[in-house]
Design a protein around this ligand. Structure first.
Ligand code: CUA
Length: 324
């Protein structure tokens, strides 16, 4: 009748056994004491029932030894549950240093995923078996919650900040992903699959998908956002960006700066902060609503990859600018 019915979801991560063991322990303790109390209630109700109208029970004021034993036993029991839970919790919030980092963005009503090499997917996350995976998650709109029952892993995804979670899959397969925070009309449909693959299959999957790296996406943005209008070989209204990364740049008004990631990010977000010697401060700033953080990263990756003679030409077929 219920072929898929099971009391527990499949166990597919290193956390699963631990979480289930603690859960079963608490369940066992609860069931045991509930039954014990219920049985004693029935037993005592019969054994000490009133047998005649004038029967009065003896008055018992205290039983210190019994109370002491009971208190110490309860304290020990609760401390066991507390320490067990705390130990599990700490191992679940601290990702190992060698974890694979994957970016996740939740929005009404889908999960967007980006791998380090630029692979993107929606409502699916492909990961290798036996390797720790760390998710860096944020939301574009409201609070969502990334929940994979088979991994016993669950974490809120909040707009305006990054939350992290990590897990290590123990077997290949497809495992359900849910949104576990009510987030609007289609909340119940906001889900997908975690696809756990053998290492070789995963590497092949990555290589098949690696058509556009972050730098290649950055190049598209460079054209689309019209950076090319000034940063080109023809009119050079802005500095040429070839071989720029980690070079020392002379600044207007004296001084210099090293063109590292922070400098590049600042020069895009707030171009007037440092003006390169010989140029005028004509570049408009790119705020996050015109260029989000992922795009900024792509753009920086492109500039870092730009070598001698690789600047696109101005008449290159550019994609149309975004609608305002
Ligand atoms: Cu997103 Cu519920």
């Amino acid at each position: 009748m219920l072929p898929d019915f099971s009391l527990f979801p499949e166990q597919a991560s290193t956390f699963a056994g631990r979480v289930d063991a603690l859960f079963l322990f608490i369940l066992g303790v609860t069931v045991f004491f509930s039954l014990l109390v219920a049985l004693f209630m029935v037993y005592f109700a019969i054994k000490y029932r009133r047998r005649s109208e004038d029967q009065l029970p003896p008055r018992i004021t205290s039983a210190p030894r019994m109370e002491m034993v009971w208190l110490v036993f309860l304290l020990g029991l609760f401390l066991t549950i507390f320490c067990w839970g705390a130990w599990s919790y700490f191992s679940m919030i601290r990702p190992p240093d060698d974890a694979l980092e994957v970016y996740v963005v939740g929005k009404q009503w889908m999960w967007k995923v980006q791998h380090p090499d630029g692979q993107r997917e929606i409502n699916e996350l492909h990961i290798p078996v036996g390797k720790p995976v760390k998710l860096l998650m944020t939301s574009e709109d409201v609070i969502h919650d990334f929940y994979v029952p088979a991994f016993r892993a669950k974490q809120d995804v909040v707009p305006g900040r990054y939350t992290t979670m990590w897990f290590q899959a123990t077997k290949p397969g497809r495992f359900h992903l849910f949104c576990a925070e009510y987030c609007g009309t289609e909340h119940s449909r906001m889900g997908g699959w975690i696809v756990v693959m053998e290492r070789a299959d995963y590497d092949e999957w990555l290589s098949q998908r690696a058509d556009l790296s972050m730098a290649q996406r950055g190049r598209q943005l460079f054209l689309k956002k019209r950076c090319i209008t000034c940063h080109n070989r023809e009119n050079q209204r802005g500095p040429l960006l070839e071989n720029l990364y980690l070079k020392t740049v002379p600044l207007e008004g004296g001084g210099s700066a090293v063109a590292d990631d922070n400098y590049l990010a600042e020069s895009i977000r707030n171009p007037k902060a440092k003006i390169v010697a010989g140029f005028r401060p004509i570049m408009p700033p790119f705020a996050p609503d015109g260029l989000d953080d992922a795009e900024l990263q792509d753009l920086i990756a492109f500039i870092k990859s730009l070598k001698e003679g690789q600047t696109p030409t101005r008449n290159e077929d550019t994609p149309p600018p975004e609608a305002p």
